[in-house]
Design a protein around this ligand. Structure first.
Ligand code: PDD
Length: 286
């Protein structure tokens, strides 16, 4: 089946979808994105992703070419047209095509470019890695200073992922000034004596939509939460570690830099939070 994608208001077979070589997303990484997961044909945490998209656009003085209702309709249309049961919808909005290369933003602004496509991942919520846990390595965080804006500048996270692969691990945790910021494409947590510890929000991490939901469910389940930075040494001395993201949900981390976290198996808190998150977010899915 040919994948149908959305480009600037049109639904097209993927091979017919094109964007200009002068698009600022291509030349300058001048664009923002969102990834929303799909379970049972429904969108998980859509309102959170739509709200963060608005914020990312506003931080970059960009406006959305579509309303939130239109965005929801496009997501649903793509899920239906591509018969997605489990998977993801990727959305990108760039500052558009000014017709030439120039560091300055086009003045007046040109129409933003909007692209959406689906990725089918049957059994996304039954990822076997959730049963075994993943291994991470620590690397230095050398990204820019506005990581709270979900831009398409993903070169360093890609390099980090390759560093992890080369070291025989699944992912990397980035460290700045001695403290873990986040994973290459997820938020990082440790658990010590039942208390969940994760870095506080700021400009140095992405404000994860899954993070917000998981912390809300944890609080509702009377779990203790501490929002503060932690070190790799503290993580190695913790009982558990895990990450959250729209594509991984809650994923246990069982090894850091080759050393076991806790007993080297997925912990009880991470496993429980994964269950709660999947149950509750499926109920609220659109
Ligand atoms: N990544 N931190 C970073 C650097 C991320 O790229 C992501 C998401 C997260 C988690 O955010 P959320 O819970 O809203 O997905 C944290 C997506 C999944 C990606 O790039 O594919």
């Amino acid at each position: 089946m040919t994948r149908i994608v959305h480009v600037n208001g049109q639904y097209l077979p993927e091979a017919e979808a094109t964007v200009s070589i002068f698009d600022r997303g291509f030349l300058m990484a001048d664009g923002v994105y969102e990834v929303t997961s799909v379970l049972g044909g429904k969108l998980i945490d859509f309102p959170g992703h739509a709200a963060r998209l608005e914020r990312s656009l506003a931080e970059l003085d960009m406006t959305s070419p579509v309303t939130t209702d239109e965005l929801l309709a496009i997501h649903r249309e793509l899920v239906a047209r591509n018969s997605i049961t489990d998977g993801m919808v990727y959305l990108q909005i760039t500052r558009g095509n000014p017709g030439d290369r120039d560091f300055a933003y086009p003045d007046p602004p040109v129409t933003p470019t909007i692209v959406l496509f689906t990725q089918s991942k049957p059994g996304l919520a039954d990822n076997p890695a959730a049963k075994t846990g993943i291994k991470v390595v620590s690397i230095e965080d050398i990204r820019w200073g506005r990581r709270d804006i979900k831009t398409v500048q993903l070169l360093y996270p890609s390099i980090g992922k390759m560093m992890a692969k080369k070291a025989g691990a699944d992912d990397a945790w980035m460290v700045e000034d001695g403290f873990v910021t986040e994973g290459t494409s997820n938020n990082a947590y440790i658990v010590k004596n039942g208390r969940i510890i994760t870095r506080q929000l700021g400009t140095d991490i992405l404000h994860g939509i899954t993070r917000a939901a998981v912390l809300r469910f944890a609080a509702e389940a009377q779990m203790e939460i501490e929002e503060r930075a932690f070190t790799i040494d503290e993580a190695l001395a913790a009982d558990e570690a895990f990450v959250t993201s729209a594509s991984a949900f809650v994923m246990p981390v069982v090894q850091i830099d080759g050393a076991a976290v806790g007993d080297g198996r997925p912990g009880r808190v991470a496993t429980r939070l994964r269950e709660i998150y999947l149950d509750e977010s499926r109920k609220a899915a659109l």
